[in-house]
Design a binder for this molecule. Structure first.
Ligand code: HEM
Length: 515
């Protein structure tokens, strides 16, 4: 691949794009028909706005500090783009849920073209194409439809126990396999056979590279100064170019290959395994034109892995490592399982209501480890006025979910992992809403809220309950002094794994050997 060498010098191009961006931002600000003030926020400096004051890998911590200074709503410009940071769940609900007709767009940034991901559901503007994707995805992921996948989740949780029994030290790989298998099975009807599966391996690489490519600060900078996207990759410090180049290829490959695998089976007159893609391809009830419909199926299906893999995997890993650090929590959950289903048995979904402490553990893991701390950015499709403040059309909206779960007024000491905060004194669940997990800020807001939340909740519950039933996890030599799970920050937060001992519990050795 050859990269064009710009006609102007890099320095000239940089300043030219600065001037254009600022002029555009200035004219846009002037064209607003209102004199109502913007929400308060840092003033920033010309061209760059407040970008340099934002932490490059933990922007949500900067935004949390801004809350003390400016309040729940903070308005600023970052690299020439208007940005609204929402630092409270109440305000996020007011705007993103109740006014979702205004707050459901995504920023249309050149950065997405550069990474080759414009056709993925997560990036689509709020309009007809997104609505078509959403309809296709809801068919497999809405609450009722998600229940139909529980047999798959249970089967794969049992396969995970077998993997952990035979090769405990590779627990991270086993979690990868479990999470990937769930999504590939439900999306394409495809059963993974090994860790190095030909469909899965490029998808995992795609997600890894996307994580690197989508870091908030870098995304804003490259979008505001698209000329930077043309810098030749051999220039020192421009390694992101290699990443973007490889990403564009992987996105096409990962969208096409599994889709074609299903299509070929249908073309050959075979009955492919029941899945999102096979069901939709064979659906007679199609109103859109054929090509548009086929592309929508392929792109929506291709989004499932990108959106659901890392988020579910990292939550599971965070649970696992947290159990090592909190043996008292682990023991209490195991005692509850033993009391309810008997030692030597494995939980099934119908036990869920009888295991409030296990439920509390899952809720606390979801609360404590928000894997997408700023969710996915929304943007406004028209101007709005809230609480006396003017919010322009095209403003990028960043909900600070990381802060919201820490400021939940129901609890104190929210930096401490404590499942019992979700229980009453008698050990029942304190909050009985069925959306306590799926409705949390961790899954986003409004019409763009994560459609995979019910599937994620089911997968995580059965996997967590199964692991707690069958194994005791403890620190391996050298890890005894750890007190908390270290998180690697970026667009998504990832727990840093450490060596653990994974031993079958008394009464489970024989069962695990037979799986
Ligand atoms: C613990 C696991 C998960 C977490 C924490 C999570 C979180 C999120 C968040 C924060 C968003 C952005 C919401 C917004 O814009 O307000 C999102 C979007 C999305 N998620 Fe999830 N997710 C998880 C699992 C899944 C799974 C398993 C799937 C599917 C297999 C999935 C599919 C999607 C899709 C398709 C979108 C894009 C929605 C849109 O733009 O309209 N997610 N997710």
């Amino acid at each position: 691949m050859s990269f064009p060498v710009p006609f102007l010098s890099l320095k000239e191009l940089f300043w030219l794009s600065c001037v254009l961006v600022s002029t555009y931002a200035f004219l846009r600000g002037r064209s607003s028909r209102t004199s109502i003030p913007h929400p308060p926020g840092p003033r920033g400096i010309p061209f760059i706005g407040s970008l340099l004051s934002v932490h490059p890998t933990r922007p949500y911590t900067t935004f949390a500090k801004w809350k003390a200074q400016y309040g729940d709503l903070v308005y600023c410009t970052l690299a020439g783009q208007p940005v609204l940071v929402i630092n409270s769940e109440r305000v996020a609900r007011d705007l993103m849920d109740k006014r979702s007709h205004i707050y459901s767009d995504r920023p249309q940034v050149s950065h997405d073209i550069y990474l080759g991901i414009t056709s993925k559901t997560t990036q689509l503007p709020y309009g007809a194409q997104w609505r078509m994707h959403s309809k296709l995805i809801q068919k497999v992921l809405k609450r009722d439809a998600a229940q139909a996948h529980c047999d798959t989740h249970l089967r794969l949780a049992i396969a995970l126990l077998s993997d952990l029994y035979t090769d405990p030290s590779s627990f991270e790989e086993h979690f990868h396999k479990l999470t990937a298998s769930n999504i590939l099975r439900i999306t394409y009807g495809y059963d993974m056979t090994s860790h190095n599966d030909p469909f899965c391996t490029p998808m995992v690489e795609l997600v890894e590279r996307l994580k690197a490519g989508m870091a908030t600060v870098r995304m804003l900078t490259l979008s505001a100064f698209p000329i930077l996207q043309k810098i030749p990759p051999w220039i020192p410090g421009a390694s992101w170019q290699w990443n973007a180049h490889r990403l564009r290829g992987l996105t096409v490959q990962c969208g096409d290959e599994p889709f074609d695998w299903v299509q070929e089976q249908i073309d050959q007159g075979k009955t492919p395994p029941h899945s999102m893609v096979s069901d939709l391809l064979q659906d007679d009830d199609v109103s859109a034109d054929h090509m548009t419909y086929m592309k929508a199926i392929k792109d929506a299906a291709g989004t499932m892995f990108i959106a659901g893999f890392e988020t579910t995997y990292t939550t599971l890993l965070a649970f696992f490592l947290t159990m090592v650090l909190h043996p008292d929590v682990q023991r209490r959950a195991q005692e509850e399982i033993d009391r309810c289903i008997g030692q030597g048995s494995l939980p099934v979904f119908k036990n869920r209501d009888e295991l409030p402490y296990v439920e509390a553990v899952l809720r606390e893991v979801m609360r404590m480890y928000v894997m997408l701390p700023l969710g996915l950015p929304h943007s406004t499709s028209s101007e709005d006025v809230y609480d006396g403040f003017f919010i322009p059309k095209g403003t990028i909206v960043l909900p600070n979910a990381w802060l919201m779960v820490r400021e939940d007024s129901r609890w104190t000491s929210t930096d401490v992992f404590d499942p019992s905060r979700h229980l009453t004194a008698s050990g029942d669940l304190a909050f009985t809403s069925t959306t306590e997990i799926s409705g949390s800020a961790a899954f986003g807001f409004g019409r763009r809220k994560c459609p995979g939340r019910f599937m994620a909740e089911n997968t995580l519950w059965i996997t967590i309950a199964s692991i707690l039933a069958a194994f005791t996890i403890s620190p391996a030599k050298g890890s005894e002094t750890r007190r908390s799970v270290e998180m690697k920050d970026g667009f998504a937060r990832t727990p840093v794994a450490f060596p653990c001992n994974i031993k079958p519990r008394m009464g489970y050795e024989e069962l695990l050997g037979r799986l």
